[in-house]
Design a binder for this molecule. Structure first.
Ligand code: GLN
Length: 507
């Protein structure tokens, strides 16, 4: 078994059986990080000694016969938006450089309690604003499939780490697509849970009514296992849903049996269908249609569904998210956290705050703050923010109407494959268009998964499955069926082709 290409589920089995130790697994990943991350740029912070110490502690507990959970000893990586006690956390921003939080986010605490080993914190667009990870204040991240291309964003460090064999799985966050889109362009599985089902406590807030954390993994089963480990009600998060942790791994295992009789699948016309295919690459649409045909061959009933308000998701999102960001980011004032600029006695408080924000925030973050403050300002609120909220309601109604007829909705995850680094970073509108397909589920708070559905021009394409709120299990069932059928036809996992196409990217 090559440790760094194995699924997390298989690593867990080997660890429990005593065939591998956590020190061996963690060491193998740390070696690859040391060898590859200079080029790939997936991580912002790695503490090898701390990771090995945590791995040793799990191994010792296992030898002592202590009752450990199934994930104990499996390493993982966290997007740097997740607050970790004593471990640097920047959210990709200069304004938080050097900050070591005094507490763990709920999901980090859950993963720690489960015995997982933190390899490091992954690179991201500053405050999760972006679709390519090029807005990080620290470094760019390369796509393991083609080092001249983006790994997606904003969770591009998390996607590159897993696709490149630098972590078995990782946590990302998704406000408008930042788990699903990077998963799609790196050949991974990425799931955005139902809003409110994974705690936001300790996630550095971007847009509070949209932010959700979720798994980024090599297989659907891995995503289900990691999702189950972080889900659940949290009294520290006022929007946390008080319902039982969903049964997801079971849904993934059942889905992999490939029986979809009785399931109705709606293909969303507005996301790449007839009359709405402008900007969609032919190769992406071809892979998508082949996957739909595969679902049909497994017994699913397929019909086209129209959700007209989805056409307005992009402008609505780019008013609502910046509005909430402009409010959330007001806390970065140079007084409470991280950077403080110009505090040499010559300036008053307002000047120090202004200088800190001037130096601490990058151009995209400033653009969002200005946009959001404008959309919320007296006289413009109704025309912009209020109007966008009405569109949000229409999108939610479109989903509700569709789910009266179908069990899940499907679309491509992104209109294109990974684009070249540098090609959109100076063109915000083109960058925002990367989120066309992922935004509706974000605005409605419903769950959505991206699962690989083949290659176009040698690069991965993602297939998106959306389900009603709290029916995340349906996403896993359909994604697992698709994954199993495609893996069987191919004879191997899509990710296993990475070693052949990008030498040195997967050991
Ligand atoms: N790309 C979108 C944005 O820039 C979504 C980001 C995200 O989901 N965090 O806002």
């Amino acid at each position: 078994m090559t440790i760094t290409t194995t699924s997390a589920a298989d690593l867990s089995t080997a660890l429990q059986a005593g065939d591998l130790t956590s020190v061996e697994v963690t060491g193998a990943y740390l070696d690859r990080i040391a060898a590859e991350d200079g080029e790939l740029g997936a991580y912002l912070h790695v503490d090898a000694d701390a990771a090995l110490a945590a791995a040793e502690a799990v191994d010792a507990a296992r030898v002592a016969g202590r009752d450990l959970g199934p994930l104990a000893g499996v390493p993982m990586a966290l997007k740097d938006v997740v607050v970790t006690e004593g471990v640097p956390t920047t959210s990709g921003s200069r304004i938080l450089e050097g900050w070591r939080p005094p507490y763990d986010a709920t999901l980090a605490a859950k993963l720690k309690a489960a015995g997982t080993v933190l390899l490091g914190k992954t690179n991201m667009d500053e405050f999760a604003m972006g679709s390519s990870t090029e807005n990080s204040a620290y470094r760019i991240t390369r796509n393991p499939w083609d080092h001249s291309r983006i790994p997606g964003g904003s969770s591009g460090g998390s996607s590159a780490a897993v696709a490149g064999g630098l972590a078995p799985w990782s946590i990302g966050t998704d406000t408008g697509g930042s788990i699903r889109q990077p998963a799609a362009v790196t050949g991974l599985v990425g799931h955005k849970p139902t809003y409110g089902s994974v705690s936001r406590y300790g996630l550095i807030a971007f847009s509070s009514s949209l932010d959700q954390a979720g798994p980024m993994t090599r297989t659907v089963l891995d995503a289900a296992l990691l999702h189950e480990a972080i889900a659940g009600h949290d009294p520290y998060d006022s929007t946390s849903i008080d319902s039982p942790v969903p049964v997801l791994a079971e849904a993934a295992r059942r889905g992999a049996e490939g029986e979809l009789a009785g399931l109705t699948v709606g293909v969303v016309r507005e996301l790449g269908g007839e009359g709405h295919a402008e900007g969609y690459e032919p190769g992406v649409l071809a892979r998508f249609q082949e996957a739909v045909a595969l679902l049909e061959s497994m017994g699913a009933e397929v019909r086209e569904v129209s959700c007209p308000a989805f056409d307005l998701a992009l402008p609505a999102y780019y008013l609502i998210a910046p509005s909430e960001a402009s409010s959330n980011l007001a806390r970065f004032d140079g007084v409470r956290y991280g950077l403080r600029a110009g505090d040499d006695g010559s300036r008053d408080l307002d000047e120090v705050m202004a200088l800190t924000r001037e130096q601490g925030f990058g151009p995209e973050v400033k653009r969002r703050i200005i946009l959001g403050a404008y959309a919320l300002s007296a006289g413009y609120y109704d025309a912009y923010y209020g109007q966008a909220q009405k569109v949000r309601t229409l999108i939610t109604r479109n989903f509700a109407a569709a789910y009266a007829d179908v069990d899940v909705l499907v679309s491509p995850t992104m209109p294109t494959v990974a684009f070249p680094l540098g090609s959109r970073v100076d063109d915000p509108i083109a960058m925002y268009a990367a989120d066309l397909c992922t935004l509706p589920a974000s605005l409605a708070g419903v769950p959505a998964i991206s699962v690989p559905c083949g290659l176009s021009e040698g690069l991965p394409v993602g297939f998106q499955v959306m389900a009603p709120a709290l029916a995340d299990d349906r996403c896993y069932r359909v994604a697992a069926a698709l994954e199993a059928a495609q893996d069987a036809a191919r004879g191997h996992r899509l990710l296993d082709e990475l070693g052949r196409t990008a030498p040195g990217s997967a050991a």
